[in-house]
Design a protein around this ligand. Structure first.
Ligand code: BG6
Length: 462
């Protein structure tokens, strides 16, 4: 392959996943229950084809084989998460030795295969007992999270050097407290704001704990899903709408995580609508000290917005959508299976924004990918010909490459995801992997994109 797009030396090629989505063994190895186990037991009908989290992709038992496959396709890094309810059943108290042993084996196996483990502490999976205490609405749960984080740094920090406090912390806010796609299915703006605020306090306290423990060569970051907000037009009303969307969905986490404080404009909007969270004296300093070393960027889709067509119903629950309408741009390119627009240049716009407004913080693409339904129809000679995925990755990489050439500080690209995994309410509807997983037999098989990425990572470009 001749290389036109060469990436900087040491570029991180790999993928990301999360504990609940691949491990399985949800009721084994001493694991406690999390909100997904519970919600599924109550409302299996909410999950595609009623497939729940009990066995998912069976990584708990097949991790060795999976790590071999990662190595075969050229991974030099891999992001996983630790399941809080596996490590500390109930969320507080004694560590589960079987879980320590499992994560030790996974981490050691990755390192033995020259794959650097990137470890995330929280990927949507609150231990059930702590949710029953109020979840992120409770300040005591924040404290429990910090103890859990310290435990992880202490147990695995001798080998794991890249740590992340949260994956997409805004998603549980949206899903669990605004738009009804995560447990506890609350719809309440004020509670949503409290959850978001406590998440950032938990993040900042974990960063502080990390620095106190002082892991040699360690870096701590957060993974944010950034959705650039594009206005329908340059009309001031559309620009204002786009700014609101940006404040609610991007800067609500990006600013405190990277700059150590909330945007004043966001505070003012929430104040005006009586939605400010309960805070404690000293919180501002905690946030200031919680600035990250490294930022993971998940990018799937842009957000297109326009000024509202109608005034919101004043009796409806407070929503970010009171300030803008989503805009369906004619001619937009869609991934129709997931209902997400594909706009490759978004990755460049995010990176340039980080360069210009966020001190060019060290970053990487921590998730990007394309979920497609019924990939079996693309099987030829026994292999899924996922050319659409190759195109998707290649076109995003070209824009990332351009951003790097223009001086942005991006260090790697991780696909969502390594092998097909359980996508929450969508279960196994849309498949994202380089490697397919047969949901019944758990058999793994390379897709065409697996061979392609192998070559790309070996050549450090394409
Ligand atoms: C990200 C999450 O939002 O996107 C993953 O970090 C998720 O957990 C992925 O699986 C793909 O989205 P979905 O909803 O299709 O699973």
């Amino acid at each position: 392959m001749s290389v036109t797009y060469k990436f900087p030396e040491g570029f991180w090629w790999g993928s990301a996943t999360s504990a609940t989505q691949i491990e399985g063994a949800a009721n084994e190895g001493g694991k406690g229950k999390n909100i997904w186990d519970f919600w599924y037991s109550q409302e299996p009908n909410r999950f595609f084809n009623e497939v729940g989290p009990e066995s998912t992709s069976n990584f708990y038992y097949q991790y060795k084989e999976d790590i071999q496959l990662m190595k075969e396709i050229g991974h030099n890094s891999f992001r996983m998460s630790i399941s809080w309810s596996r490590l500390i059943p109930g969320g507080r108290g004694k560590v589960n030795e079987e879980a320590v042993d499992f994560y030790n084996r996974v981490i050691d196996e990755l390192i033995a295969n020259d794959i650097e483990p990137f470890v995330n502490l929280y990927h949507f999976d609150m231990p059930l007992e702590l949710q029953n205490e109020g979840g992120w609405e409770s300040r005591e749960v924040v404290d429990a999270y910090v103890v859990y984080a310290e435990e992880c740094f202490r147990l695995f920090g001798d080998r794991v050097k890249k740590w992340f406090t949260f994956n997409e912390p805004i998603v549980p806010v949206e899903g669990g407290y605004l738009y009804d796609f995560h447990y506890p299915n609350v719809v309440d703006g004020r509670r949503a704001v409290q959850v978001a605020y406590h998440t950032i306090v938990a993040h900042a306290k974990a960063v502080h704990a990390f620095r106190t423990i002082n892991i040699q060569d360690g870096k701590i970051g957060i993974i944010l899903n950034l959705t650039p907000s594009y206005p329908r037009s340059q009309h001031p009303a559309d620009l204002k709408a786009a700014n609101f969307a940006d404040l609610f969905f991007n800067r609500s986490f990006l600013d405190p995580a990277v700059l150590g404080e909330y945007p004043q404009e966001l505070i003012e909007i929430l104040r005006e609508h009586s939605q400010l969270p309960v805070t404690e004296p000293g919180d501002k300093d905690i946030l200031k000290a919680g600035k990250v070393d490294i930022l993971g960027v998940n990018y799937y889709q842009p957000r297109r917005v326009k000024a509202k067509d109608h005034l919101p119903n004043p009796y409806s629950p407070f929503m970010p959508d009171w300030f803008f309408d989503n805009y369906e741009m004619p001619g937009r390119k869609m991934n129709k299976y997931r209902g997400w627009e594909i706009y490759e240049k978004g990755i460049y716009d995010i990176m340039m924004n980080l360069k210009e407004n966020y001190g060019n913080i060290e970053s990487f693409i921590s998730e990007n990918g394309m979920g497609v339904e019924n990939e079996e129809r693309f099987i030829r000679d026994g292999e899924i010909q996922d050319d659409y995925r190759i195109d998707f990755i290649r076109e995003h990489l070209k824009w990332l490459h351009k951003a790097i050439e223009e001086g942005c500080n991006a260090k790697g690209y991780h696909l969502w995801t390594f092998m097909d995994n359980w996508s929450w309410m969508n279960a196994y509807k849309n498949r994202y992997g380089f490697i397919s997983v047969d949901v019944e037999t758990k058999k793994r098989a390379f897709k065409k994109s697996a061979y392609w990425i192998k070559e790309v990572s070996q050549n450090n470009g394409f």
